[in-house]
Design a protein around this ligand. Structure first.
Ligand SMILES: NC(=O)c1ccc[n+]([C@@H]2O[C@H](COP(=O)([O-])OP(=O)(O)OC[C@H]3O[C@@H](n4cnc5c(N)ncnc54)[C@H](OP(=O)(O)O)[C@@H]3O)[C@@H](O)[C@H]2O)c1
Length: 262
């Protein structure tokens, strides 16, 4: 699949990976509606970019924010070809100490938002029997990580949504892809996460490398992609032998606990 003249909605476009992905998509000739909650960062990004690009400021933690964003994007782009669900929120800390309101918003942005955006676009995808939804999950969507409990739960949800919807749409030409990076050096990971990552030997990729892999995954029409070794292997081991992974992660969990956000 080529990005030339494809009309794309990219959420989380003002973020660490989003801004690089926006640039890469425009360089490949896409027409882009960039959606993000961070209106200032979005405007600054638009002024740096050249090509067919629009900024749509929206809060994707609400039903109205999601449906409104899709309506605006359709007005700007016309028929949409690809939805890339990249917006997300993270929390590194003890679940027992996470605010209820923050748990609520994380689940909304990370899993409910992508579902609602997809739901709003699906009728036009089905009417034209074409279109693609790309959900950016995480290795934490297959391996539940201590101290990232809400984040893991949200990405497990996103993976389940992707798999079920793909099966539901199997007799159409509408595609659903799920992409799972391991840790990436972006503002999503605060100082505590970076220090914990160093102390535990966690592999962390550069955002430009991951953006290139996201582009390649979409271009090659793959359904699922797990980036990085040995994480992609651990995903399989965890599915088959989770007790073994409990033991393997126990030491790392103890070290990580000493870096928790308060
Ligand atoms: N970085 C990693 O280690 C890593 C690893 C695996 C997967 N991922 C996934 O990759 C995606 C992109 O992550 P990133 O590292 O680029 O993170 P990032 O730099 O924090 O970017 C995320 C973007 O989403 C936006 N956003 C948050 N809440 C929103 C809302 N309610 N409505 C609209 N936009 C909202 C953020 O805006 P604000 O700045 O206003 O919050 C930000 O611009 C996420 O889905 C993440 O889970 C990241």
């Amino acid at each position: 699949m080529s990005f030339k003249d494809k009309r794309i909605i990219l959420t989380g476009a003002a973020g660490g990976m989003g801004s690089l992905l926006a640039k890469a998509l425009l360089q490949r000739g896409a027409k882009l509606a960039m959606v993000d909650a961070n209106a200032d960062a979005l405007q600054a990004l638009v002024s740096e970019l050249s090509g067919d690009v629009y900024a749509v400021s929206a809060d994707l933690s609400s039903v109205a924010g999601c449906t409104g964003a899709v309506e605006t994007c359709q007005q700007l782009l016309g028929q949409v070809d690809i939805l890339i669900n990249l917006a997300g929120l993270n929390f590194f800390g003890a679940f027992a100490e996470q605010d209820a309101a923050h748990i609520d918003i994380m689940m909304r942005v990370n899993v409910l938002g992508p579902m609602l955006l997809t739901r709003a676009l699906l009728p036009s995808f089905l009417a034209n029997n074409t279109g693609k939804v790309v959900n950016v999950g995480s290795v934490f969507g297959s391996i539940g990580f201590a101290w990232f409990t809400t984040y893991s739960a949200s990405k497990f949800g996103l993976r389940g949504f992707s798999e079920a919807l793909r099966r539901e749409l199997a007799d159409t030409d509408v595609q659903v892809a799920y992409i799972a990076p391991r840790a990436v050096k972006t503002p999503m990971n605060n100082d505590a996460v970076m220090k914990m990552g160093e102390a535990t030997g966690m592999n962390m990729d550069e955002p430009d490398v991951i953006v290139e892999k996201i582009i390649q995954t979409i271009e090659s029409d793959k359904n699922d992609s797990y980036f990085g070794f040995p994480e992609s292997l651990f995903v399989r081991v965890n599915a088959l032998l989770p007790r073994l992974v409990d033991k393997a992660l126990a030491g790392q969990n103890k070290i990580a606990k000493t870096f928790l956000s308060k």
